[in-house]
Write a protein that binds this ligand. Structure first.
Ligand code: ATP
Ligand code: MG
Length: 296
């Protein structure tokens, strides 16, 4: 690419990215020659948005979230990812500031990623590690005000009573809320959650989604959450980004998703993802069955 063109793109990225919590421009990733896990994905998320990432198994949801967090770099000819105005990666290379940029990104995993033998509060306080001196992070020594902040975060997600128990003694839903509390002490401005409720029962799922939604509203944190449950996505997220074979095939209000679009997105998988009432759409295409489902 000519240098002038590169400079123009750099300028454009800088200008656009400053206004968004997340800005992705032309991101592609091929794990194997010929098969693209991400195919020219462009996407912007504003501060305070709550976005559901939908798509069939293998459509690229986890891959996209991992690229946003800077865990992996895209293809060499690929575009850029900027989060909170800081460059994460560009043209297949992680940026030099990626470590610092990651400090403002909270990542919530399906399997919680807590250290089971450590107390819940210690797990939560590890969210501060990028900001504390190395010697303190090695000894896991936290100041009184930091422990207080950890307890506040646990209170915010409703599990402060469990602060001094080993993480492994908590239920799955409680562990996931502890993982969310960790993003709070981290002061994350963006939360990326990869199927955070996939291994939870319905009641725990509801609590975890309520917690994410509450943080999104009260702190104006941008949340991007990949979900298998379409009904949950529609209930909690005003906006949906849908992937198919690594391409964004829908990006817009959840309310405008139609049963026809969903069945194109998921094919035969759809029946596993929606309660029957939502699939049995009347002849008239449109919102009605989905809207009823969300109101249920
Ligand atoms: N580390 C990897 N090495 C090789 N291929 C990979 C790797 N990670 C993902 N893929 C491939 O990339 C594609 C997208 O996978 P990804 O895990 O992002 O899908 P997903 O939408 O998260 O699926 P699921 O809903 O099952 O979690 C798949 O074809 C997958 O096999
Ligand atoms: Mg996945």
């Amino acid at each position: 690419m000519p240098q002038k063109q590169n400079a123009d793109i750099d300028e454009h990225i800088k200008g656009v990215a400053m206004n968004y919590a997340i800005d992705v421009q032309g991101l592609s990733k091929s794990f194997h020659a010929g098969a693209k896990a991400l195919d020219d994905v462009s996407l912007q998320v504003a501060d305070g948005e709550m976005v559901a990432l939908l798509g069939a198994s293998g459509s690229g949801k986890s891959t996209l979230l991992r690229h946003l967090a800077g865990f992996v770099a895209g293809d060499a000819a690929s575009g850029s990812v900027t989060v909170n105005g800081q460059l994460i990666q560009r043209r297949g290379k992680l940026s030099r500031q990626v470590r610092g940029a990651r400090a403002s990104i909270g990542f919530v995993f399906q399997q919680f990623n807590l250290v089971g033998r450590l107390p819940v509060i210690t797990n939560v306080l590890t969210g501060m590690l990028p900001r504390v001196p190395l010697w303190r992070s090695l000894t896991r020594w936290f100041r009184r005000d930091e422990v207080r902040a950890g307890l506040d975060a646990l209170a915010q997600v409703g599990i402060d009573d469990y602060a001094f128990q080993r993480a492994s003694t908590l239920s799955g839903g409680q562990q996931q809320r502890a993982a969310i509390a960790r993003t709070l002490v981290q002061n994350a401005r963006v939360i990326l959650a990869d199927e955070p409720i996939a291994s939870l029962d319905p009641e725990s799922s509801r609590r975890v989604m309520d917690t994410l939604a509450q943080i999104n509203r009260s702190r104006k944190v941008a949340v991007v959450v990949s979900l298998h449950q379409v009904d949950v996505a529609l209930r909690y997220c005003p906006r949906v980004v849908a992937l198919r074979h690594g391409k964004v095939v829908y990006d817009g209000p959840s309310a405008n998703l139609t049963p026809a679009m969903l069945s194109e997105l998921y094919g035969s998988e759809l029946s596993e993802l929606l309660p029957e009432a939502a699939i049995a759409a009347p002849a008239m295409p449109g919102l009605a069955p989905l809207a009823r489902l969300v109101a249920a």
